[in-house]
Design a binder for this molecule. Structure first.
Ligand code: ARG
Length: 246
């Protein structure tokens, strides 16, 4: 559900609940990126990021309201004032740092390749003469664009990562490049479909951060304080184990 008018938000309808001065911030996420953020069948947000941002808010002393937000244009919602925070498995990059502020890093990632088990692809370079699916505007898009060339007709850019993976299932692409956590999760949970992951040492280390509008120091400080607190008190580790442990 998008963010319509919210006069009737139940959590805010209690009126005189004295002494509750915590600010509520609007949090945008592209909830199509399991295990970081996705929607359950009954429209609840679930995932690692969803628990991390709630824990950060609890410790940082603020409230949040999650809003499902398309990846395309997600950062611009910070400048328009429609969102205060983005948490969406967002990689901290030089380019993005020019326009937005990031929290301290909270998760390490890198790119990974999903291909059919029968594929001959063994390394990233082998994708040069293949048709590759990516989510538009992601770091996966960036590395593939670099490898195949900006004017390559062999890059299929999709609005979401699940749509790119659908293309892989349909044979519309030979491979999908996306964050390792998402690729691993997909291959593991769809073992019947016969895919495997291919990793490559050339993929750079990436770090995820929460994103805020440039110069919103008050909020960024609260976020970083909350993040520090959940790392120190074990909350971060508990959530990490739940999604990535074993
Ligand atoms: N980490 C990658 C990036 O920042 C992909 C993030 C995509 N996130 C999402 N929720 N779709 O570009």
């Amino acid at each position: 559900a998008a963010c319509g008018s919210k006069q009737n938000a139940e959590s805010e309808s209690t009126g005189a609940s004295g002494g509750d001065s915590q600010k509520e911030y609007l949090v945008g996420t592209d909830a199509s990126y399991a295990p970081f953020e996705s929607m359950t069948a009954d429209n609840q947000f679930v995932g690692f990021d969803m628990e991390i941002v709630q824990a950060i808010a609890d410790k940082g002393g603020f409230k949040i309201k999650l809003i499902n937000t398309p990846w395309e244009g997600i950062f611009a919602t910070l400048n328009s004032g429609d969102r205060d925070i983005i948490i969406s498995a967002v990689t901290i990059t030089e380019e993005r740092l020019k326009e937005y502020d990031f929290s301290d890093p909270y998760f390490d990632a890198k790119q990974s390749i999903a291909v059919p088990k029968t594929s001959s692809v063994q390394k990233f370079d082998d994708l040069k003469d293949k048709v590759v699916g990516v989510q538009t505007g992601t770091t996966g898009d960036e590395v593939v664009t670099k490898l195949l060339g900006a004017d390559s007709g062999n890059i299929k850019r999709l609005e979401t990562t699940p749509l790119a993976l659908k293309e892989l299932e349909n044979g519309g692409v030979d491979a999908v490049v996306a964050d390792n956590g998402v690729v691993n999760n997909y291959v593991k949970n769809n073992s019947d479909k016969g895919f495997k992951t291919v990793d490559d040492a050339s993929f750079a280390k990436e770090s995820y951060g929460l994103v805020t509008k440039k110069g919103n120091k008050e909020l960024l400080d609260k976020i970083n304080a909350g993040l520090k607190a959940i790392k120190e008190d074990g909350t971060y580790d508990t959530i990490y184990q739940k999604y990535f442990g074993e």
